[in-house]
Design a protein around this ligand. Structure first.
Ligand code: WT7
Length: 563
């Protein structure tokens, strides 16, 4: 598999441009593309929405094609501008101000995007919460950032542990029959008579706080700022190859970084319409959506590609996907099998991109203008310096596996971990490097190869799970004395969540108990965090300072798969 090469394809930029850009490119050269470069007035919502209407003449251009079940809606940039301004008015009416935090906890829907951008118009900081989160996960995240308001739906509302969130004052509910004591999002919008002006903020003003799981402790609130737009605009153009006339579908949920950065911010900065498909969908729905909206650029994940593969050739043959001209992947290793399928059935390669919540933008990618080496995540984006370093932060030569590191200081980098400066500093413990937590090596040509996570964070079907959160949830159950959780390699999902547990006296292991524990994590924390496998142990290995020894767990899942 390694060593197979797919030649470069014609695109707007060629390899020479890339090589030159690698040497000369400076992110500062992107800045004149923004209106604030001339006016000095910054707000990403102005750049992504208002400016498309006021300066680019895109008032009537569709920004969002939304489809979920029977529901189908189109939002132009003009309508987005009006509705986000109205939601800003609503927030203002309830006293929200620049810097306050607003949680958004709802399934994909136009109201989600309007709430996000409406809040950002006011300088309010958005806290996106994935719809699978349950009470405990919500309490940790909303409590940590002290959110004063939340937008949710009648279905998800009961999961909010209101009595444990003292800072929370208002709950806006999108849907029919809003619960007593909450505010009806649509009614509030309809009552607005006057909209507030755009709040100008600094480039370093927080835009959103994304909670991401780390190896230890609770999820950390990664703080991203308005300046993220610099990295997003240029990667949207050079990695995603977005151009006028494109229809873009990034299939990630806006509860995760991909669904925020590339789900709407990046394409809208370029005035490109996006497709959002809500609800659950099967292999056929994927193809139908690509065909129906004549999607030309598609950003998805290996898990999704595999789902379509399982639908068979017959499925693909029923849809006209001739508009599709650029496909990208993220989140988990892009396997050769998936690449071969795409080459054979879609007539084009898939471009892998490596990055993470902390980086805010694509970092190491494959580009149309240069050969793809199958199995490689590609080469650093111009202006980004990546390296493989040892545990002391010393650079390693090609071929050696070590920590995948990025030279600190790119435009979309996180600026803080909310309430936790020590955790933020940990990423930068080997200056000048940002330590990603991933293992990688690099070949003689500078291509990087992802080798899994080093720190125990689990990646299951592209969703990030913190073992410590699962462990403490399991330990709340009366049957469990101690738990150790690790990712176990899995063909379909990349990794699955595996839990080693020590039982309390009086409990015996059974399939029923396994099901009960799974349900306990599912309903307490989040469905995707529930262990798919359990193993009972006499003890859990601990480090000298009493924490779960992740290295030993890793060995258990890798080498002792006989259970
Ligand atoms: C982790 C970050 C922003 C990306 C979506 C997930 C894994 C990311 C790749 C890739 C193999 C990848 C890494 C990384 N990952 N891209 N192309 N190939 N693995 O963001 O939830 O912050 O997770 O996803 O392990 O550390 P995230």
């Amino acid at each position: 598999m390694r060593g197979k090469i797919i030649p470069a394809r014609p695109g707007e930029h060629n390899l020479k441009d890339y090589v030159r850009a690698r040497k000369e490119f400076d992110f500062a050269s992107v800045e004149p593309e923004f209106s604030w470069y001339t006016t000095g007035r910054v707000n990403v919502v102005y750049e992504a929405v208002d400016r498309q209407v006021e300066e680019k003449g895109l008032e009537q251009q569709v920004a969002l094609y939304f489809e979920s079940g029977e529901k189908q809606e189109e939002y132009t940039f003009g309508r987005l501008q009006r509705e986000t301004a109205r939601f800003a008015a609503v927030l203002k009416k309830y006293g929200l101000q620049k810097g306050d935090r607003l949680g958004i906890f709802m399934p994909r829907s136009p109201e989600l995007y309007i709430s996000f951008l409406g809040a950002a118009r006011l300088g309010v900081v958005v806290v996106p919460l994935f719809e699978a989160f349950m009470a405990e996960a919500l309490k940790d995240r909303l409590g940590d950032c002290g959110a004063v308001a939340v937008v949710t739906t009648p279905e998800l509302y009961p999961r909010l542990p209101l009595d444990q969130l003292p800072a929370l004052k208002h709950v806006f509910v999108v849907g029919e029959n809003v619960p007593a004591g909450t505010l009806d999002w649509h009614r509030e919008i309809s009552l607005v008579t006057e909209t507030p002006p755009m709040e100008w903020v600094g480039r370093e003003h927080p835009l959103f706080i994304l909670y991401a799981s780390g190896a230890d402790g609770k999820a950390r609130g990664l703080v991203h700022v308005h300046n993220i737009m610099v990295g997003l605009l240029i990667t949207a153009r050079w990695v995603h190859d977005l151009r006028p006339g494109d229809v873009y579908w990034c299939t990630a949920d806006p509860g995760w970084i991909t669904g925020i950065a590339y789900g709407f911010l990046a394409p809208w900065l370029l005035g490109i319409p996006v497709v959002v498909r809500g609800g659950r969908f099967n292999a056929e729905d994927w193809c139908a959506t690509l065909a129906k909206y004549r999607v030309s650029v598609w950003y998805s994940a290996p898990t999704a590609f595999r789902m379509i593969m399982s639908g068979g050739d017959e499925l693909l043959s029923r849809y006209d996907l001739s508009r599709l001209r650029h496909i990208l992947s993220v989140g988990e290793p892009l396997t050769e099998e998936v690449m071969e399928w795409s080459l054979a059935k879609l007539g084009q390669p898939i471009y892998d991109t490596w990055w993470m919540s902390e980086t805010g933008m694509n970092m190491i990618c494959n580009y149309r203008c240069m050969p793809i080496k199958i199995g490689s995540i590609g080469l650093p984006f111009p202006g980004i310096e990546a390296a493989v370093v040892d545990d002391e932060g010393r650079e390693l030569p090609p071929g050696r596996i070590g920590n995948l590191a990025i030279r600190a200081g790119w435009p979309a980098q996180i600026r803080a971990v909310w309430n936790d400066p020590a955790r933020y500093e940990e990423y930068f413990r080997h200056k000048p490097w940002f330590i990603s937590g991933d293992a990688a090596y690099r070949d003689e040509d500078g291509y990087f190869y992802f080798q899994g996570r080093l720190d125990g964070v689990i990646n299951t079907s592209g969703e990030r799970v913190g073992p410590a959160e699962v462990e403490s949830k399991l330990e709340e159950h009366p049957a469990v004395a101690r738990a150790g959780v690790a990712g176990k390699p899995d063909k379909l999902r990349g990794e699955i969540v595996k839990a080693f547990i020590v039982l309390n006296p009086g409990y015996t292991w059974s399939d029923e108990l396994a099901a009960e524990l799974r349900e306990f994590v599912k309903t307490g924390l989040a469905a995707h965090a529930a262990p798919r496998e359990f193993e009972v142990k006499e003890s859990i290995p601990l480090t000298r300072d009493g924490r779960v020894d992740r290295r030993v767990l890793r060995e258990w899942v890798l080498f002792r798969q006989d259970f």
